[in-house]
Design a protein around this ligand. Structure first.
Ligand code: FES
Length: 230
C-alpha cells in the first residue's frame, strides 16, 4: 500500500533556500529580542506596540497568507507536486502525497487568524496618533508619516485577504435575495479589486513594518532622519 501522507519533516527538502530562510528568520527574531526598542522620541515601534506583542497570532496570520504560501511551497518545501518546476531543475520523482498533513492543516486556520489580524489594526493607527503629541505639544514629523504609511499598508493587506473576501461576499448564490443585498455586493466588488492586488500588498506591508522599525532605530541612534514638518 502506498504511503498517503508525508510527515512534516519529510516535506522539507534540505536545501540552501530552506537554511537561508531559517537563518534570516532567526536573525530577525534574535535582533528584535537583543535590541528591543519600545519607544523613542514619542514614537512606538510597531514591533513592540501591543499589536505585535500578542505574537504568535499576527505572525501566524502572515505566515499562512496565500502570498507567502505560494513562495515557501514553491521554493522551500517544493510541495505539493504542482509547485515543482522542471525549468528550475526540480524533478517530479517524488510522488504526489496529498495535501492533508500538519502544515496544510495549520494553513487552513488562516481564516481564523484573520480575525486577530483585523483586531490589531486600530493599534497601528494609535501608534500614529500617539506620535503626534510629543512632550505635550502637537507636532508632525516624518516618523509619524512612516507610522501612518505602515498602518495604511497593513490595513490594505489585511482587508484584501482572500478569507475576508469570503466573509463579505462568499457563500451567496443571489445578492438581491441575501441579507444586505446590494450593499454587500458593492463591498464585495470593492474588496475584489483590492484582493487582485493582495500579493503586492503582502510584500509592501512586510516592507513597511520592517522599514518603520529600522527608521525608529535610526532615530534612536541619533541619525538626522526625523524631519519636522510642522
Ligand atoms: Fe494573505 Fe489572507 S490570504 S492575508
Amino acid at each position: 500500500m502506498s504511503k498517503k501522507y508525508l510527515l512534516p519533516y519529510e516535506l522539507i527538502e534540505i536545501n540552501w533556500r530552506f537554511w537561508s530562510f531559517l537563518v534570516v528568520l532567526a536573525a530577525g527574531f534574535g535582533a528584535l529580542i537583543m535590541f528591543p526598542l519600545l519607544q523613542v522620541n514619542g514614537y512606538i515601534d510597531p514591533f513592540y506596540s501591543p499589536t505585535v506583542l500578542i505574537v504568535p497570532l499576527p505572525g501566524a496570520f502572515r505566515l499562512t497568507c496565500y502570498a507567502y504560501r505560494k513562495d515557501y511551497h514553491r521554493h522551500i518545501f517544493r510541495h505539493p507536486l504542482g509547485c515543482r518546476n522542471p525549468d528550475r531543475g526540480e524533478t517530479h520523482e517524488q510522488p504526489y502525497t496529498g495535501e492533508r498533513n500538519a502544515v496544510f492543516q495549520l494553513e487552513n486556520f488562516h481564516r481564523y487568524f484573520l480575525y486577530a489580524g483585523i483586531a490589531i489594526l486600530p493599534f497601528f493607527f494609535y501608534d500614529f496618533y500617539h506620535s503626534l503629541v510629543y512632550s505635550g505639544v502637537f507636532i508632525l514629523r516624518l516618523g509619524s508619516l512612516v507610522l501612518l504609511a505602515n498602518a495604511l499598508m497593513l490595513t490594505a493587506w489585511t482587508l484584501s485577504c482572500h478569507a475576508f473576501r469570503h466573509i463579505v461576499g462568499g457563500n451567496i448564490d443571489c445578492y438581491s435575495c441575501a441579507y444586505g443585498g446590494g450593499a454587500r455586493r458593492s463591498v464585495w466588488s470593492i474588496q475584489s479589486w483590492w484582493n487582485s492586488h493582495h500579493e503586492q500588498l503582502a510584500w509592501i506591508s512586510l516592507f513597511t513594518i520592517i522599514f518603520a522599525d529600522l527608521y525608529l532605530r535610526a532615530v534612536q541612534a541619533g541619525l538626522p532622519v526625523d524631519l519636522k514638518i510642522f
